[in-house]
Design a protein around this ligand. Structure first.
Ligand SMILES: [Zn+2]
Length: 310
């Protein structure tokens, strides 16, 4: 692909939200569904994004979802007929609203991808559902947004190579099970070797890291992983910017500070700038208590992005 459009300025970029899809979850549920609304409100309150830049995602089509998922699984989720043993690993209570939100989450990332191809950068204020496999979901992930979006733009021949940079603390086993053996996708994953999923599915480049890794060691590992990828020649980067690498995260095993995550994001945006290719970003995980710490970390990612487009 010949990407020649100029990168746009920050205030011209578009972002996609999904928190208008409300999903009923029991009080005190482990999945912080309120996070998505809080991130959007904080981005606007701190004037990082304007309301006009944030577009509520619509539902993805069945045709798009079926690019990456089996019909049996899709209809099981749609009709609520998935057996309990297949529903349990997802960790979310089934409802018609869960189906709608899952479609919305995928469309948020498809839209971010479309906008990134035009504008240089875009993001969804949710997503990064990298644990969803073709025929089953797990780890709070129903449908796989990166896989659907990747297969869509590859099938449409709009790109010939996609680089996925997945820095969520959890390995993207779903991304790898769907895309991990393709030669038109390259998945880089830095993740906790002692974190869920306990059975990893090989990516193109996996960098498993030990518990309690600090900023310095982490950034060194990221830098050496990115360095050879400068010769990869992707047409677009998908960035899963999970902040569950934060020391205070309840589901992560790393000891990164806020500053460490800011440096991580700078390294990724520097890399994008060096390659001069578009990037679509998803929020990824973040499960600190109180949730305000996670919100702050996600906001920092947006502040770093803004530095690069101002
Ligand atoms: Zn995660």
């Amino acid at each position: 692909m010949d990407y020649t459009s100029p990168m746009r300025k920050w205030h011209e970029l578009k972002f996609f939200s999904t928190d208008h899809f409300e999903v009923p979850l029991p009080e005190g549920h482990r999945f912080p569904i309120e996070k998505y609304r809080l991130v959007r409100e904080a981005l606007v309150a701190e004037k990082i994004l304007s309301d006009e830049q944030i577009i509520p995602a619509v539902e993805a089509s069945e045709k798009d979802i079926l690019l990456a998922h089996s019909e049996k699984y899709f209809y099981g989720i749609k009709n609520g007929t998935l057996p309990e043993k297949e529903l349990r690993p997802i960790g979310l209570t089934w409802s018609p609203q869960l189906f709608s939100r899952s479609l919305g989450a995928v469309n948020g990332f498809i839209s971010a991808t479309e906008n990134a191809l035009r504008d240089g950068f875009s993001a969804t204020l949710s997503g990064g559902t990298h644990h969803a496999h073709a025929d089953r979901g797990e780890g709070f992930c129903v449908f796989n947004d990166f896989a659907v979006s990747a297969l869509k733009i590859l099938n449409e021949k709009r790109v010939s190579k996609i680089l996925i940079i997945d820095l969520d603390v959890h390995q993207g086993n779903g991304n790898s099970s769907i895309l991990g053996t393709r030669d038109d996708v390259f998945i880089l994953s830095l993740h906790g070797e002692r974190n869920y999923p306990f059975r990893k599915v090989p990516s193109h480049l996996d960098v498993p890291l030990p518990e309690h890794i600090d900023d310095e060691e982490y950034l060194r590992a990221l830098s050496s992983a990115l360095s050879p990828l400068r010769y990869l020649n992707p047409d677009i980067i998908f960035y899963q910017a999970g902040v569950d690498v934060l020391k205070e995260d309840k589901l992560g095993t790393f000891d990164l500070s806020f500053e460490g995550i800011v440096e991580r994001d700078r390294m990724v945006f520097e890399f994008q700038k060096y390659l001069q290719v578009p990037m679509a970003m998803a929020l990824g995980g973040g499960y600190a208590k109180p949730i305000a710490l996670t919100i702050e970390a996600h906001l920092n990612t947006y502040k770093v992005a803004r530095e690069f487009f101002s």
